[in-house]
Ligand binder design. Structure first.
Ligand code: SIN
Length: 287
């Protein structure tokens, strides 16, 4: 892909790219971007699905303003946002905590009727080593299935619930006092039926849309009947060759397309603090 206004360095053959200005010059995302620059960024987003910008200085308003170029911002149902910034959620793991937010492979909030189009995560404080985030490409995951399995999955729907695994994907406190609505009754009301294979509204490509954190069963089957195929799909979806890995530094911003990726924040940095700000962009009902 050629772009005049940005430079693209792919992370792996599967997905992900680091983005800078032409000739490696810094892009300053805290300033309003020209329409032509933003158009290149948006094209790269659809091509690479995970974009990484280094050395940014984004206060919560600037983070929300940049993410807001992609669409209206969403609200996360289980955490309190920053005061005065209703769309910016702090994701904090303190040095004494042992569980991390979202600590398993997932796509964001698949239990909502309209899950986010994408999410932006900005690093403020990171451990000296560890705390990377892995991403996997769900288009590749779908396209590498046999034609027989694709035919079985096309047209199937699945139940996605916030309460799966006792809500473990969120059960870790984000930071003491910031979690809201953690009880399982409230999580159980967050449930949605979505196609197992969804079509990306921009690229038209088909992507596998089940994830270990939220997908409970196929719509017309019991959990026991669904389990063998779902287990296969959960493992297949995140095969190493479908992935990339983002190593954070203060000032790193990553933006991912939630319609065709899953991610997994590694929890390998006990004893250190990690502080991120997170914003989601509203999405459409998966079809
Ligand atoms: C998330 O799942 O949105 C958090 C990702 C991370 O902390 O790296």
């Amino acid at each position: 892909m050629t772009c005049r206004h940005i430079e693209i360095r792919p992370l792996t053959p599967a997905l992900g790219a680091e983005i800078s200005g032409p000739e490696g010059r810094q892009l300053d995302l805290s300033q309003p971007l020209d329409a032509a620059v933003f158009a290149d960024i948006e094209r790269a987003f659809h091509e690479y699905a995970v974009l990484v910008f280094r050395d940014q200085r984004l206060d919560p308003a600037a983070l929300a303003a940049f993410a807001g170029r992609f669409g209206p911002l969403g609200r996360y149902p289980f955490a309190a946002p920053l005061p005065g910034h209703p769309h910016v959620v702090p994701i904090i793991k303190e040095a004494h905590q042992t569980t991390n937010f979202g600590g398993m492979w997932h796509s964001d909030t698949a239990y909502l009727e309209r899950p986010p189009l994408g999410s932006a995560l900005y690093a403020l404080e990171v451990p000296p080593l560890g705390g990377d985030t892995l991403f996997a490409n769900m288009v590749l995951a779908y396209e590498s299935l046999s034609s027989g399995m694709q035919a079985l999955l096309d047209g199937l729907k699945a139940i996605n619930s916030a309460a799966k695994n006792g809500g473990t994907v969120r059960a870790a406190p984000l930071a003491e006092g910031t979690m809201v609505g953690r009880d399982l009754d409230k999580m159980a009301t967050h449930e949605a039926v979505h196609p197992v294979v969804r079509t990306h509204p921009v690229t038209g490509r088909k992507a596998l849309y089940v994830n270990r954190a939220h997908t409970v069963r196929f719509e017309a089957m019991s959990e026991a009947e669904s389990a063998p195929i779902l287990e296969f799909l959960f493992a297949h979806a995140v095969r190493e060759e479908f992935t990339c890995r983002v190593r954070w530094a203060p000032g790193t911003l990553a933006l991912w397309d939630n319609r065709c990726t899953q991610h997994y924040p590694l929890n390998d940095y006990h004893g250190h603090r990690r502080v991120m700000h997170r914003v989601t962009i509203e999405g459409e009902r998966p079809v």
